[in-house]
Design a protein around this ligand. Sequence first.
Ligand code: ARG
Length: 459
Amino acid sequence: MSNRMWGGRFASGPAEIMEEINASIGFDKRLAPQDIRGSLAHVAMLGQAGILPPEDVAAIEAGLKSVRDEIEAGTFAFRRELEDIHMSVESRLTEIVGPAAGRLHTARSRNDQVATDMKLWVRDTLDSLDQQAADLQRALSQAALKHAGTVMPGFTHLQSAQPVTFGHHCLAYVEMLARDRGRFRDARARLNECPLGAAALAGTSFPIDRHATAAALGFDRPTANSLDSVADRDFALEALAAASICAVHLSRFAEELVVWTSAQFNFVRLSDGFTTGSSIMPQKRNPDAAELVRAKSGRIIGALTGLLIVMKGLPLAYSKDMQEDKEGTFDALQALSLCLAAMTGMVMDLEPNAEVLARAAGSGYATATDLADWLVRELGLPFRQAHHVTGRLVGVASAKGVGLEALSLAEMQEAEPRITDAVYAVLGVENSVASRTSHGGTAPDNVRRQAQAWIERLG
Ligand code: ARG
């Protein structure tokens, strides 16, 4: 049997394998709420514009609502031969209201319909990702406030660099997430033009009111060019790009959690709720959730590159290739949502091991820069010379297998005779972090103030 929706010029139906490759209903059925919302806005506009008589509008509206009820109740029968969600809804509508249902598709094509549905879905999802990222910021800011003065090693090249505080480290991710949220909102703002009414590609000869449908669906305005409206998926790409960057941030933090929870580091403890055991090794507390956050960034980035590649060779306007925008976009944004939730859970009951962190903060000559700065400040040495003197002292201490604070004053004075015992004060990690009071620095007072400000801002 030929397709009821477009089978007029076909003598027979599609081959089995054609039906299989063509069908998107398996994954675009999740666009049902958006599809019905779009159709309700469209039919109301057709009525207001005098294109459809009120009785048809009323019948179609009632029919669309019953279809929506059936889908919500799980009683709707999705059938592969109907290809996609748009034809599935319309086909059921026809069964419910009869031939008047056929008038719904006046001045519309599946091309503007699917672009509208996808935009509505991506828009809702960006809004909820923004909220979830705010939840994670809140959890991190609380941890930052609690641990504003908990010293830990700061790393460059994963080598001990300078002491920082655990709170400061948490706030670094709060800042990253703030930019991620800015990107979600920017993507939303650029996306928010309505393609509905662009029809197949050229617009329509019916006197439709695109401003009305745009407003009814919460868009700022209708799109300006009918070809562009149905031909681009840059809104999905931009959402995926923003999601990828956010996922990379989460992945880096996840990687840190994996390293920090190892027995060798033992910097933090994840709660039982966010670790798993081993079926053979009883001692294990594996950071699976963190590992999966790290791994899921791969599929999110994959969805972005996948869709970029789908789009890059397509001539204007619509090509069926664009049906491939959906699975990756749905999957990736859903994965990011799960990652944000898992990260928030992990952070909420994360416990830093303060003693281990403090010990580690002082090892590896992490206060060498403090010593060099002291030589500059107290003795007036040029920084390069102070660096050199400090380097010699690190060499002496390292040869003895001790920290800088274990060198005697005499040993210090061999490198620079004017050093006094006041120098020992700056070799402690607490003093080191307390001295970093520059704007954005790791001093506990700074961190406390910033954590407080974030908590207020996030509400
Ligand atoms: N299922 C299609 C998609 O997701 C809907 C648009 C179909 N348009 C067409 N001209 N065949 O892209």
